[in-house]
Write a protein that binds this ligand. Structure first.
Ligand code: 9MR
Length: 330
């Protein structure tokens, strides 16, 4: 009797959190991939983090572990430990992986700055080959080119743009297709949810790339929102026009930050924003993925980048579902 009780108590203690929704996990609510950015550190060390992730999501995006500065901090010296941990977790738990990201102006290693244009070109190709090749067949979709536009729709003057010229985008996609023909290849950006100068530029570029036969399969819409700004109500229209170009759409990094402290009014507004993103994706048949940039306020990039803001995720710091979660999975 006592032994049975003790076993029951231990079992209870081992279950980190109660199921979030009577309706079942979020991933079972939709035929879209439901993903989250994940970090290897809590994945390896926090049982409740791992358990909620496993229960609620069917896709994972390494938050930082596949970025160039992490995987090749010095030329020819590789560090795959975090990326491997996440890909292995995914394989063991039947999760899909979104690779993030190959060509990006941020978080690239400093040694690239010393390269001239022809050397940079071959190094970028080699980087794409090496990283995509390592995980060939195990990554569903890759963010090949990330954040290449300025807000006004002009091209960001990254080292790739400056040293390799306009064609760096088409080249990156061609190299990526060759490196892993089974992966869907995406261009990804932020502040491109609604119709605006930046999303117009994105639309025009994708149309041109398609016309040129460049192997691009999808457009990632990051969707970092704040309740301080109005919801981008033209989101559905924007997703529809992009999908009409013959590409898939993914919501790749959704979160909705709140000026702290959060209260029930703000959390309710946040819930409305998440629901509108969810609905915009579900209104467009080619929107194949709804991924959030982290799932718990315990681990979120927001407070570090926007002092005084936070509480941007679907689950609170104790991994309890917030109103936003319940709104999309009632
Ligand atoms: O969440 C990431 C954070 O931990 C990093 O410090 C930061 C560095 O730039 O990148 C964050 O992730 C970004 C993503 O890779 C691209 N889109 C914007 C995300 C939030 O900044």
């Amino acid at each position: 009797m006592f032994a049975r009780l003790a076993v029951a108590t231990v079992a209870l203690l081992l279950v980190p959190v109660v199921p979030a929704s009577a309706a079942g996990p979020l991933k079972d609510r939709t035929n879209r991939y439901v993903g989250s950015a994940v970090a290897a550190q809590p994945l390896n060390s926090e049982a409740d983090y791992r358990s909620v992730l496993t229960r609620e999501f069917d896709s994972v995006t390494p938050e930082n572990e596949m970025k160039w500065a992490v995987v090749e901090p010095n030329r020819g010296q590789f560090n795959w430990s975090g990326a491997d941990a996440i890909v292995n977790y995914a394989r063991q738990n039947g999760k899909s992986v979104r690779g993030h990201t190959l060509v990006w102006h941020s978080q690239y290693p400093g040694w690239l700055n010393n390269l001239g244009s022809s050397e940079l070109r071959s190094v970028v190709q080699q980087h794409i080959n090496t990283e995509m090749g390592r995980y060939r067949g195990r990554i569903r979709a890759w963010d090949v080119v990330n954040e290449m536009f300025n807000e006004d729709g002009s091209r960001r003057q990254s080292i790739f743009q400056q040293r390799m010229g306009d064609n760096y985008v088409a080249d990156a996609f061609r190299w990526a297709r060759a490196a892993d023909p089974s992966a869907k290849l995406y261009i990804n950006d932020y502040n491109t949810e609604g119709v605006n100068a930046k999303s117009n530029a994105l639309y025009n570029l994708v149309r041109t790339l398609k016309q040129q036969g460049v192997p691009i399969d999808g457009v990632g819409i990051q969707t970092h929102l704040s309740i301080q700004y109005g919801f981008p109500t033209s989101m559905r229209q924007n997703l529809e026009r992009l999908a009409a170009l013959g590409v898939d759409i993914a919501i790749t990094e959704a979160d909705v930050r709140i000026p702290l402290p959060a209260d029930s009014t703000k959390l309710n507004t946040q819930a409305n924003y998440y629901k509108q993103v969810w609905d915009a994706c579900h209104a467009v048949s080619r929107c194949v993925e709804f991924t959030t940039w982290g799932f718990t306020d315990r681990h979120s990039w927001v407070p570090g980048t926007f002092p005084g803001e936070g509480a941007a995720c679907l689950f609170d710091t104790n991994l309890r579902p917030k109103p936003a979660y319940t709104r999309i999975n009632p």
